[in-house]
Write a protein that binds this ligand. Structure first.
Ligand SMILES: *Cc1c(COP(=O)(O)O)cnc(C)c1O
Length: 393
């Protein structure tokens, strides 16, 4: 073998005795075949086999298998973002003339996708009240092929009665999908509750360090997996093994991170109730949280994201007060090590049940900083928001 050939042939080294605890990062576009017949027959390897790097490597499949086990499903597909996790499910299930039902508090880009992408292609949607429960049956006509749920809903933290919605959908032979990003499979397992597609933005708690974008879809039936893989293959959608490697690292610490964040968020939620400037605290551990009873019945705990509805009197001070925060950073996305605040307004987004409160909704994501520093920052925020009012709590 001459040098120019040698430089493109990596020598085989022994793996014997090498028992690392970490998952190797396998990168690939080309996958080579042992002979010409194997190449010709590659399409018979099916969605679980290796044919091309875009369709999976041992690294991506390890992450898929781990999420499948945690979700108690049968297969998982990893996609480039949480939003892709949603759109791939919708594109897989829906055909022109079909309709999807989405909750009024869905992650906003879901509605954007329905309005701006699906509608011009002849696929309809209808929006339902997240408190609808079994009443969803009345909205399921012949054209409805998928019911999408998100519990708790983005920003407003309303929990819905997933078992009731799933039962109504199943009775009419309609598939269901659930955005499980807030809970992760550690706190809620949609598949166990009969949901067909459990989707999660791995970007958030699985990644855990604000440095990757990935999504996952877990299913309870092999044919659904095949259908999802058909969609990602047609769209030319794959993921980087390096990002999956970060997710595999993140998932190892997700349990302790979530437990800590859940404890701190619950403590903060309780202490924020009654603070001047706070109209309402939207946290599942508080009985006043819409759908508290469903959270208590179906979920194993809280994560670190919750919201506070601010008194409208805070509005003139809000921008300066947020900008003056020291430990919390201002930003969307969440689930990383840094605590975040994000001022949100949902008034213009609600179409079924109007949002009556005027004040800004402050979404809080608890990170891993010392809780004392975080609380000091929150106390200062509310002092700045309500100058001249002394603390009552
Ligand atoms: C962030 C988020 C998504 C989208 O995830 P990306 O990876 O940012 O695309 C979807 N649903 C929920 C509830 C989210 O919080």
């Amino acid at each position: 073998m001459k040098d120019l050939t040698r430089v493109v042939h990596h020598p085989e080294v022994s793996h014997e005795g090498f028992a690392s605890l970490s998952v190797p990062t396998y990168r690939a576009s080309t996958i080579v075949f042992e002979d010409a017949a194997a190449y010709t027959n590659r399409k018979y390897r099916g969605p679980d086999g290796y044919t091309y790097g875009l369709h999976g490597t041992p690294t991506t499949k390890t992450l898929e298998a781990q999420l499948t086990e945690l979700e108690q499903g049968v297969r998982t597909v990893i996609v480039p973002s949480g939003q892709a996790g949603i759109t791939v499910v919708l594109l897989t299930v829906l055909r022109p003339g079909d309709k999807v039902l989405i909750p009024d508090n869905a992650y906003p880009p879901v509605r954007g996708f329905c309005v701006n992408f699906l509608a011009p292609r002849g696929i309809g949607h209808a929006v339902y009240d997240p408190a609808i429960g079994g009443g969803i049956a009345d909205l399921i006509d012949e054209t409805v092929k998928l019911v999408w749920v998100e519990s708790p809903g983005s920003t407003t933290m309303e929990f819905c009665d997933i078992p009731a919605i799933v039962a109504a959908a199943k009775a009419k032979g309609v598939l269901t999908g659930c955005d499980n990003t807030w809970a992760t499979p550690l706190l809620f397992k949609p598949i166990v509750h009969g949901v067909d597609f459990s989707m999660e933005a791995l970007t958030k708690y699985v990644g855990g360090h604000s440095d990757i974008l990935l999504g996952s879809i877990t299913v309870n039936e092999v044919p659904l997996h095949r259908a999802l893989k058909d969609t990602t293959r047609m769209l030319g959608m794959g993921v980087s093994p390096d990002d999956c490697d970060r997710a595999l690292r993140g998932i190892e610490t997700m349990g302790v991170r979530l437990a800590h964040m859940g404890r701190v968020s619950t403590d903060f939620a309780r202490r924020l109730v009654g603070l001047p400037g706070v109209e309402r605290v939207l946290h599942p551990a508080l009985p006043a949280c819409p759908g508290h009873e469903y959270w208590k019945r179906d979920f194993a705990g809280c994560s670190g994201v919750f919201s506070v509805v601010l008194n409208p009197e805070t509005e003139p001070q809000l921008e300066d007060a947020l900008s003056a925060m020291k430990t919390f950073a201002i930003g969307a996305s969440w689930g990383g090590t840094r605590s975040l605040v994000a001022p949100m307004s949902v008034k213009s987004e609600r179409v079924v049940n109007a949002w009556s409160e005027e004040g800004t909704i402050l979404r809080i994501s608890v990170g891993l900083e010392d809780p004392a520093d975080l609380w000091e920052d929150l106390e200062k925020l509310f002092r700045d928001l309500m100058p001249g009012v002394s603390k009552v709590a």
